[in-house]
Ligand binder design. Structure first.
Ligand code: GLU
Length: 297
């Protein structure tokens, strides 16, 4: 795979309709990919069967299409990737880099939920599998927007789960496998995932996979300073009226006002955005949703 060319992606979990925060990640990743002359992919992260909402994935794809955000390649569904995840997991197990673990959340509570060694005596019939994180595993990387980042994965996270005891693949393993296999060069996503990045880089190294560049976009916060949640009924994106939300997302990305001609259809708006997009204007801090509202929207 030629990774000299930019390949970006948007990877929603089908836990409900796309909301404004999702649009920011979708539009931000799309703009950065297009601006670099690269490709933009969509992946449905449907590994967590318990949190999946029936019909949500289809709804999310329809919403992206209504907003003019069309992937350049067929959508990848994580639910179709079990064989590949198992192969990678087996590799880690054989190399002694991962291990089966029967510890429950409550058993780890005394250690602050952080796993450094197994605390149950008897294995369970269906153990989880964790990556062994060695003492001193301190990961440093440069976020393209937020600059140098550093996490002591051993102290702050501990041995983390790759396959859950309920049989579901963990996000960390699936995302690392898919970013590598899809040849993703740039991961652009919300800052709520900044904290996962060191784990993903550690896993890439354990598997001998390349590390993409990372850029974490600001989060949009509600009036109380909380992340806008998917459960806020007021905020699912309206497929019938994409322009106001697109304009608001553009503003949240710190970009300049668009001319009237670029505000008639989603395609015209995206075209106008691409002509004006300046990555240097992307904000480094989280944004209060209320501050985006204005007379021109
Ligand atoms: N599926 C994750 C989410 O919806 C995003 C994963 C990623 O972009 O790495 O929060």
């Amino acid at each position: 795979m030629d990774t000299s060319h930019y390949r970006g992606r948007f990877a929603p979990s089908p836990t409900g309709p796309l909301h404004f925060g999702s649009l920011l990640a979708a539009l931000g990743s799309w703009l950065l990919a297009r601006h670099a002359g690269g490709r933009w992919l969509v992946r449905i992260e449907d590994v967590d069967r318990g949190r999946e909402v029936a019909g949500a994935a289809r709804d999310q794809l329809d919403t992206l299409a209504a907003f003019g955000l069309h992937p350049d390649e067929p959508v990848l569904w994580q639910s179709s990737r079990g064989e590949r995840y198992r192969e990678l997991l087996q590799r880690l197990l054989h190399q002694g880099l991962a291990f089966e673990c029967s510890c429950s959340r409550s058993e780890l509570a005394a250690a602050g939920g952080i796993h450094h060694r197994c605390v149950v005596a008897a294995p369970r019939p269906r153990p989880a599998v964790r990556l062994k994180v060695a003492a001193g595993a301190v990961l440093a990387f440069d976020d393209l927007l937020r600059g140098p980042q550093r996490q002591d994965v051993h102290a702050e996270v501990g041995d983390f789960v790759l396959l859950r005891a309920d049989g579901c693949w963990a996000y960390q393993l699936a995302v690392v496998a898919d970013d590598a296999d899809q040849g993703i060069t740039h991961v652009v996503r919300g800052a709520d995932l900044l904290d996962s990045t060191a784990r993903q880089i550690l896993l890439q190294r354990a598997l001998g996979l390349p590390t993409p560049r990372y850029l974490h976009l600001p989060l949009v916060l509600d009036a109380d300073g909380h992340k806008l949640s998917k459960s806020m009924a007021a905020l699912p994106l309206d497929r019938g009226d994409p322009l106001p939300a697109l304009a608001l997302a553009w503003k949240a990305l710190g970009q300049p006002a668009l001319p009237a001609a670029g505000r008639r259809t989603p395609d015209a708006m995206l075209h106008a955005m691409l002509q004006r997009f300046d990555p240097a204007r992307l904000p480094r801090c989280n944004i209060a949703f209320a501050s985006l509202r204005g007379p021109n929207l």
